[in-house]
Design a binder for this molecule. Structure first.
Ligand code: PMP
Length: 434
């Protein structure tokens, strides 16, 4: 037995080189910690409330209705009713005629849409600009495709006197952004509204990015999974609608976020055929398609939303209203205990400053692990409250620059947010009383 295991150890590495350095993933660790210790989980980004009834009913009809062919394979690049309605819906939003067969492709969640983009566009040696803090899978996906991620941070500006910081206070430095573009740049990843900050990029910021993309002939991978979750009357501007951008942009969306059904894993890409044809090649040769019944139900959900577009009964009108209230509750809870929130303009998420809680979780000098990561682990183990450290959304060398924030997900039932508030209040009392 011993010699067998030694032999196995001494043989050549089993893993492909492209996996080097990307084998550690914080989600594995933090999801497990939350499952083991948390009484209140505001960590991973998913709602703990149900999807709307009309969507669940559509799924049940698809599952148990007369059309048993919905249990079989469908068209690889998207179930025909879904690509048709997505083309109609996004055609309306973008003000252009979209062909369901060439301008839309359905994917296994937005995750697989991202994977298809990097595999389809990025060659060995290509650079991809990523704005930090960012959804953490962009970096390993670029690397797996053989590309080099080039990071540009959003830089926080102090808010006006006495005001809470807003995600809008985190901005790109135009000169710094421009300096990252070169002949090697193949694409930029834009995520607006942004996970984890909740920043909704303004038209001016997007125009700056668009001008650079056009000037340097760079593609834009536009992750818009939180497109409906925008608060305070802010506008979600689609970069593909700006001058010169349609032909170089892939829009990525997710039924998970759109209809509060993250487990269904239905996502999509919308863009010009010259880009989508290459996504189809990757998709065809990897996953083929995602579950037919789920696609059928999402198609019916969009059909309803097209009919109710802009009306008060529309889910896309109601959901952001509800989430804005939840955001406001969590902002108040955190502010009351001194865990300063950065008020998000969109998304499920809110980032808060933990500096005032440092005395409870002493720093360990020269630790390899960023402070916020140790803090989040301590918090879930000792207080039962799960959150995600902000440093998880930065690349290796930048992690320690942003190590005193944690991200909470507020797409939760009122009872969950109240339970979080109780934990924070109790903690605050314990801190102040001797
Ligand atoms: N992009 C961003 C910015 C996300 O936050 C997420 C989910 N957390 C995804 C993509 C993946 O979406 P899906 O669940 O549809 O794969």
């Amino acid at each position: 037995f011993l010699s067998l295991s030694l032999q196995a150890k001494m043989s050549r590495p089993v893993q492909a080189q492209r996996l080097e350095g990307i084998d550690k993933n914080i989600w594995v660790e933090f999801v497990k910690l939350a499952a083991t210790y948390s009484t209140v989980n505001l960590g991973q980004g998913f709602p703990d409330f149900p999807p709307p009834d009309f969507l669940k009913e559509a799924f049940m009809r698809a599952l148990s209705g007369e059309n048993h062919m919905l249990h079989q394979y469908t068209r690889a690049f998207g179930h025909p009713p879904l690509v048709k309605i997505l083309a109609q819906f996004f055609g309306k939003l973008l003000g252009r005629d979209l062909d369901p067969t060439t301008n839309v492709m359905v994917t296994v969640g937005a995750y697989q849409a991202l994977f298809c983009c990097f595999q389809a566009f990025v060659d060995e040696g290509d650079e991809v600009i990523i704005i930090e803090p960012c959804f953490d899978c962009y970096e390993p996906m670029v690397k797996m495709a053989g590309g080099t991620p080039v990071f540009v941070p959003l830089r926080p500006k102090a808010p006006k006197d006495g005001k809470l910081m807003s995600s809008a206070d985190w901005q790109l430095d135009p000169a710094e952004l421009a300096s990252k573009f070169s002949k090697r740049t193949k694409a930029i990843v834009l995520n607006s509204p942004n996970n984890p900050l909740g920043k909704v990029f303004s038209r001016g910021e997007l125009e700056l990015m668009a001008d650079l993309c056009v000037k340097h002939d760079v593609l834009c991978i536009s992750d818009e999974v939180y497109e409906w979750l925008v608060y305070d009357g802010k506008e979600h501007v689609r970069i593909a609608s700006l001058q010169g951008m349609w032909d170089r942009t892939v829009i990525i969306g997710s039924a998970g976020k759109t209809f509060s059904a993250t487990g269904w894993k239905v996502g999509w890409t919308v863009g010009p055929d010259r880009l989508l044809q290459h996504l189809r090649t990757v998709h065809q040769n990897s996953v083929y398609h995602c579950a037919t019944v789920a696609q059928e139900a999402v198609a019916q959900g969009f059909q309803r939303e097209l009919e109710l577009y802009g009306k008060p009964e529309s889910y896309f009108v109601q959901l952001p209203k509800e989430l804005q209230q939840k955001r406001d509750w969590l902002v108040r809870s955190l502010d009351a205990v001194g865990m300063k929130p950065i008020v998000p303009e969109g998304t499920y998420f809110l980032v808060a400053d933990i500096s005032q809680f440092k005395s409870d979780v002493p720093d360990v000098p020269n630790s390899d692990e960023p402070y916020d990561s140790r803090f989040a682990k301590w918090m879930v183990k000792n207080k039962g409250l799960a959150a995600i450290p902000l440093s998880a959304f930065y690349c290796g060398s930048h992690k320690n620059n942003y190590d005193h924030f944690i991200r909470f997900c507020f797409a939760k039932e009122e009872a969950t947010l109240k339970a979080a508030n109780d934990i924070l209040q109790k903690w605050k009392r314990e801190k102040t009383s001797p």
